[in-house]
Design a protein around this ligand. Structure first.
Ligand code: HEC
Ligand code: HEC
Length: 263
């Protein structure tokens, strides 16, 4: 007799159930597999299972830069193990238990911790000089750090814990290379000929809300506009290629890397 459709799902659900059944309290607080040999094996497992997103040396790309002294979502060994085992729901970070057993995940965790002990990748600049440039070249007009600054661009309060150095450098030279998925620059022309460039906040069939380049919120009925042009792939952020010297660029990057949400 063929199994009922409900029962045939059981083998699929079983591993999930077993996984959820294990209480967090049974996970050691400290990594039980953190010898030099474990780190070495962890490095190999990392390159094959995590490197595509976090970079072969862990300093970030599509995934976060893990080569830092402290990790936002993994402040201790147990939290790190849980992030690796369960992934981060709602992000691209997948559950590790799909591909690794507990022992292997601890070894990977040991390797990830070892990354935080090496000095950060090629940050040559001076963060203080970078902060001054941030204030004098206009960045702060569009970006918030802590509670200060404009809001046309994303807040940079914790940018150093979200992005790697090479990515930050690329954004400053070519802002459009980093556009968030839901980001759209639009240009509206009103019936009396006023031209407004901004980023789209909301849109429905009849109206559009945007933030103009000076940070004002504006709302228009589409019928009242002479034209509305969408400019995908464009960023309102200017390129700093040629506007900042190589050394100044290093300073600004060093400042951004220092922003970890704790100031
Ligand atoms: C498909 C891409 C992808 C793979 C594969 C992947 N990750 Fe991630 N990981 C991410 C992304 C994206 C984030 C950032 C999620 C967020 O915070 O928005 C992340 C976050 C993390 C964090 C938290 C960082 C922090 O600052 O707290 C750790 C730790 C981590 N990953 C470790 C690993 C390990 C170890 C592996 C391999 C077993 C792995 N990841 C595999 C994409 C990936
Ligand atoms: C006219 C407003 C404007 C100015 C000036 C500006 N930015 Fe931006 N910036 C934006 C916008 C909008 C985005 C989001 C779209 C994009 O990534 O291009 C952005 C993106 C970024 C990002 C990527 C954020 C992320 O989460 O990936 C960084 C880093 C950044 N800017 C740093 C700077 C620095 C440093 C300066 C000054 C040297 C600066 N910006 C000047 C508007 C601006």
């Amino acid at each position: 007799m063929p199994a009922s459709p409900t029962l045939s799902f059981l083998p699929l659900l079983l591993p999930l159930w077993l996984f959820q059944a294990e209480p967090t309290s049974e996970i050691p607080k400290q990594n039980p597999h953190a010898s030099a040999a474990d780190v070495e094996r962890g490095a190999r497992l990392f390159r094959t299972n995590c490197g595509v997103c976090h970079g072969p040396a862990g300093n970030g790309g599509r995934g976060a830069n893990l080569a830092q002294p402290s990790l936002r979502r993994a402040s201790n060994d147990q939290a790190l193990f849980l992030v690796i085992r369960q992934g981060i729901p709602g992000t691209e970070m997948p559950p590790g238990w799909w591909v690794l057993d507990d022992h292997e995940m601890w070894q990977v965790a040991a390797y990830v911790r070892s990354l935080g002990r090496v000095p950060p990748e090629n940050v040559h600049g001076d963060a203080q000089a970078g902060e001054r440039l941030f204030r004098t070249t206009g960045c702060i007009g569009c970006h918030q750090v802590a509670l200060e600054g404009g809001n046309l661009g994303p807040s940079l309060t914790d940018i150093g814990s979200r992005r790697g150095v090479s990515y930050l450098r690329a954004v400053l030279l070519d802002p459009a290379s980093s556009l968030p998925e839901d980001f759209l620059q639009v240009q509206a022309v009103t019936s009396d000929g006023k031209r407004i460039t901004g980023i789209r906040l909301n849109e429905d069939t009849w109206s559009i809300q945007l933030r103009d380049l000076s940070g004002h919120l504006l709302s228009f009925w589409k019928d009242d506009l002479a034209s509305l042009e969408k400019q995908p792939g464009r960023s309102p952020m200017p390129s700093y290629r040629g506007r900042l010297s190589d050394q100044e660029l290093d300073h600004v990057v060093a400042y951004l890397v220092s922003l970890r949400g704790d100031r």
